[in-house]
Write a protein that binds this ligand. Structure first.
Ligand code: NAG
Ligand code: NAG
Ligand code: NAG
Ligand code: NAG
Ligand code: NAG
Ligand code: NAG
Ligand code: NAG
Length: 591
């Protein structure tokens, strides 16, 4: 084991400069103007609109890049971006440049990145022909490598994993372009004396699924495969070794602890609620990547020990059980030999029952509910960034449907997923297309310091009046439970963008291409037909009655009450991203 770990380390340290498995298309793919979203696709395949959606949702990850932008296999596709944060890691003598900015601000956050890369790799594993047909495989490869190469640098030895870069008061108080990001930025590791079981395991799961996606072997859930040209045994080995090293550390380092307990300075960012689900998904992904029945045994034990069976929660960076259920079913289908060798009485029928009980509870309205406009809404989790839980559920349903125990169930999952995807893409009461730059009805004010072009933190909404750059492919937080959406740049609840929000969109688009689906809903939407709601939003970013225009109403309000409201609003506003992440980390009792 020691030898294996040292080999992993040596390989990591000698990791070559980023390479691509294949040449990028010529000409380079660049997003077309939003006006192209109203043009019906020709009947030829692949579908042109789904291909554009796939291209744009991957392009978004290029726009979020940190470090030296020319370092990637195909250079920098985003002409308004500049090199930035070139000293990251200097405080620990580690090169932590590169990677991605997590959301609308400039921190790098490893724990949610584990979910992001897991989701991107899972899509790659299954919808390869979609990426190939759309000529997006080179960009898929470039995106995965940009993320994984950074994660490898963030994992310089078995127990050390850097879980965050940036995030002190000065960082959180900065609003502006990539040229003036406050320096120096602090890096935060977990290690044997400050354990982060969840972060180690979540990162191991991402590496393991990446190893499987790059392995070139068929992951057959009814014939699904990764793009053939993604295969690279050298890279797959590298990813697997980091996965094994991290998993062994997560499993063997006591006491088990969440990273936010061990490194309390970063609690405000992505506070984690536990590690049982992370251990289970890591062991299971490793079983899939290695065919090892030992890992499978571990996965099953964690699933029992942490009572994951029957959990009814959203699928997101902090809540992995839904993916555990579906991945167990996929392993039973694609690699039945692993469970058999583990000597466990587990089989496809059993995992179908687990996965279907979970998905049925969503379809039957027993988990979350549908808004009047039809969006799957989880009270609490959907209060901020409402689209994310709905898109995640839709992705699981599309993925699981081919494994369903009956055609009727498969049809129900496909139909539910289609409803959520249609909502996302314009079939909603606002007639909004919730992907930036996709259609004239797309939001134009994503809460993104990179794209906004302003540096006035006291007037994020209107300074400048028009967002400087179009952040193509970005999915914003989304509407409130009323289905209403205010395209306010300062309202991070509705308009902030994030790596994890976007991470299932390429999979969805690639699925549609493989499926030969008709044009996305937005193609039929008339340009400019969207609704701008009256009144003001009432959410955690802009609490009720405390909008920034409140001054205008001061005369009719009771002075003292309004004053208090403004102070509260100002505090929440000042800490907006911090509060956002704290809230996104919130999970009710039961996890
Ligand atoms: C495979 O990946 C390795 C490691 O990143 C890289 O050095 C090599 O060039 C890749 N091979 C091909 C054929 O792309
Ligand atoms: C990149 O630098 C150019 C030139 O200084 C500047 O105009 C642009 O806004 C910068 N981009 C960002 C995202 O800050
Ligand atoms: C271990 O992690 C803690 C918490 O991030 C950090 O303060 C400490 O410097 C790390 N130890 C080493 C040897 O890097
Ligand atoms: C994949 O699964 C499908 C349906 O289950 C089957 O027809 C096909 O032969 C399988 N392909 C491979 C390569 O195993
Ligand atoms: C796991 O088993 C499958 C099916 O037998 C095979 O195609 C794949 O190459 C194996 N993976 C590894 C890492 O040995
Ligand atoms: C398959 O799973 C079902 C449901 O959990 C169980 O009743 C059955 O015994 C299992 N069969 C085998 C052969 O393991
Ligand atoms: C798959 O394509 C068929 C044929 O176009 C379509 O009826 C079906 O809705 C698509 N499935 C999904 C989940 O979108």
């Amino acid at each position: 084991m020691l030898t294996a770990s040292l080999t992993a380390l040596a390989l990591a340290l000698s990791a070559p400069a980023p390479a691509a498995a294949q040449a990028a298309p010529s000409p380079t793919y660049s997003p077309p103007p939003a006006s192209s979203g109203t043009v019906a696709s020709p009947s030829s395949s692949p579908n042109a609109q789904w291909s554009t959606l796939l291209g744009n949702t991957l392009w978004f990850y290029d726009a979020q890049r940190s470090g030296r932008l020319s370092a990637g296999a195909y250079g920098n596709r985003v002409e308004w971006r500049n090199d930035s944060a070139l000293q990251d890691g200097a405080d620990y003598n580690v090169d932590l440049t590169g990677g991605w900015y997590d959301a609308g601000d400039y921190i790098k956050a490893t724990f949610p990145l584990g979910y992001t890369l897991f989701s991107l790799a899972w899509g790659a594993l299954s919808y390869g022909p979609g990426y190939d047909a759309a000529h997006q495989t080179a960009y898929l490869d470039g995106t995965l490598r940009w993320g994984y190469d950074w994660l490898m640098r963030a994992h310089p030895s078995d127990d050390v994993l850097f879980v965050q870069v940036g995030g002190n008061e000065a960082d959180l108080a900065y609003w502006g372009g990539d040229g003036n990001i406050p320096q120096p930025r602090q890096a935060f590791p977990v290690n044997a004396s400050h354990p982060g079981t969840d972060a180690w395991a979540s990162t191991a799961a991402a590496f393991a699924l990446g190893a499987l996606a790059y392995s070139g072997s068929v992951w057959n859930t009814s014939g699904s495969v990764a793009p053939a040209s993604l295969a690279n045994g050298t890279y797959a080995d590298l990813l697997r070794q980091h996965a094994e090293s991290l998993y062994k550390t997560a499993k063997g380092t006591t006491p088990l602890a969440t990273y936010s307990q061990s490194v309390p300075q970063i609690k405000a960012a992505y506070s984690s609620s536990g590690y049982g689900d992370d251990l289970a998904i890591a062991a299971l992904a490793l079983a899939a990547a290695t065919n090892s029945s030992d890992y499978y045994h571990d996965a099953y034990n964690y699933y029992q020990q942490y009572a994951l069976s029957g959990k009814r929660q959203v699928w997101n960076w902090d809540s992995r059980s839904p993916a555990v259920f579906v991945l167990f079913a996929e392993v039973a289908n694609a690699r039945p030999g692993i469970a058999q060798a583990a000597g466990l009485a587990t089989n496809l029928t059993g995992w179908q029952a687990e996965a279907e009980a979970y998905l049925d509870s969503i379809v039957d309205g027993k988990q979350g509910y549908l808004t009047k406009g039809g969006l799957l809404f989880y009270p609490g989790d959907s209060d901020e960034a409402s689209l994310n839980p709905a898109v995640a559920a839709a992705t699981l349903m599309l993925r699981y449907a081919p494994l369903a125990s009956s055609p009727a169930k498969a049809a129900a999952y496909n139909s539910f997923a289609k409803g959520q995807i249609d909502y996302l893409l314009g079939d909603n009461p606002m007639a909004r297309v919730y992907v930036v730059g996709q259609h004239p009805n797309s939001p134009q004010n994503p809460h993104s310091a990179l794209a906004a072009g302003g540096n006035n933190i006291n007037n994020i909404r209107n300074d400048p009046p028009t967002e400087a750059y179009v952040l193509y492919g970005a999915m914003p937080g989304g509407p409130l439970k009323s289905d209403k959406f205010w395209d306010y740049r300062d309202d991070w609840v509705q308009t902030e963008i994030a790596l994890d929000y976007n991470s299932n969109l390429p999979s969805i688009a690639a699925f549609q291409i493989v499926n030969g689906s008709a044009d996305p809903f937005y193609v039929g939407l008339q340009a400019g037909s969207y609704t701008t709601p009256g009144g003001q939003p009432c959410d955690a970013a802009l609490p009720c009655g405390s909008s920034l225009s409140a001054g205008a109403k001061a005369g009719i309000a009771v002075g003292v009450i309004l004053g208090v409201a403004i102070i509260v609003a100002a505090l929440v506003y000042w800490q907006r991203d911090r509060v956002a992440r704290w809230r996104r980390g919130y999970r009710g009792p039961g996890k």
